[in-house]
Design a protein around this ligand. Sequence first.
Ligand SMILES: Nc1ncnc2c1ncn2[C@@H]1O[C@H](COP(=O)(O)OP(=O)(O)O)[C@@H](O)[C@H]1O
Ligand SMILES: [Mg+2]
Length: 318
Amino acid sequence: MIETRHLTKIFGLNTAVDDVSFSVDKGEVLGFLGPNAAGKSTTMRMITGFLPPTSGTVVVGGHDIVEDSLPARKMIGYLPENAPVYPDMTVTGFLDFVAGIRGFRGKNKGRRVEDTIKRCFLGDVRHQTVNTLSKGFKQRVCFAQSILPDPAYLVMDEPTDGLDPNQKHEVRAMIREMARDKAIILSTHNLEEVDAICTRAIIIAGGRILADDTPEKLKARSSLHGAVRFTVRKVGGEDLKRDLIDVRGVSDARILEETDSHITIRVYPEEKGVPPGEAVLSYFMDRRRPVEAFQVEEGRLDAVFRLVTTDDMGEDEP
Ligand SMILES: Nc1ncnc2c1ncn2[C@@H]1O[C@H](COP(=O)(O)OP(=O)(O)O)[C@@H](O)[C@H]1O
Ligand SMILES: [Mg+2]
């Protein structure tokens, strides 16, 4: 387990990380979400022992990162921001160097390097020097470096930043797979990524934790949560919006799209999280109106993110 206790970092007059406490267990993928300068990277740097905290501490697998740093750091793989990798080394040379400083020797070391090259699909570029690689491959070499020792804990600062959609997909699949027997902390700007791989998300802004919950529960905070979207054939001379607001369980309705033949309308639940889908379906069936499509909205993480980080209570449309 990784546990941060009242973690705080002050740079001059700037409190970059302000009393941050949380813990992450094996099997969890914790996503750090926050605007720029929120304190995500600084928190990760303190967790990995790269920066000393101003106050508070981090306990990694029972070892204090300040008092008992080496055993703590041995258990962590770290992918820092912007993939710092020695530019003049070849991919194999760099990973061999990393395996060495991670304490692997002899045959074991060779196996470790080969295994990592294979897992990270680096075979084709293994003899290239790092400075000749594209940004995506450089990122992948740094990713490889972080998982090489098969650490119990992984801390990854924007692991998919700068990757193309296929590479993102691969990296996410790898993270999901590794999560089974590791505790993983990653930071991202990408809300889709949180949905795709994180079991938990911490929203951080101004160095403080503003929310700590599962992606599902966070989405449930969205005003869209439990709303239902219907597309039906249009009928002349009616006020569908007004009619639907009268249906039981519906608090409001909003027309999203109107063409010559069809209308798409969203109905909002009276009670949060109780979608009025059935009542509205009955309304249409009673009138023999074919429903072409309908969809219950889960809520949107980006709306919740905005709500939590800016107090923007505005509509999270469309
Ligand atoms: N080494 C440093 N010296 C001074 N200020 C820093 C340093 N590193 C980060 N900061 C400041 O701390 C705040 C948080 O930065 P950072 O942790 O990088 O945010 P994030 O990763 O969420 O974008 C920012 O205001 C940044 O300018
Ligand atoms: Mg950062």
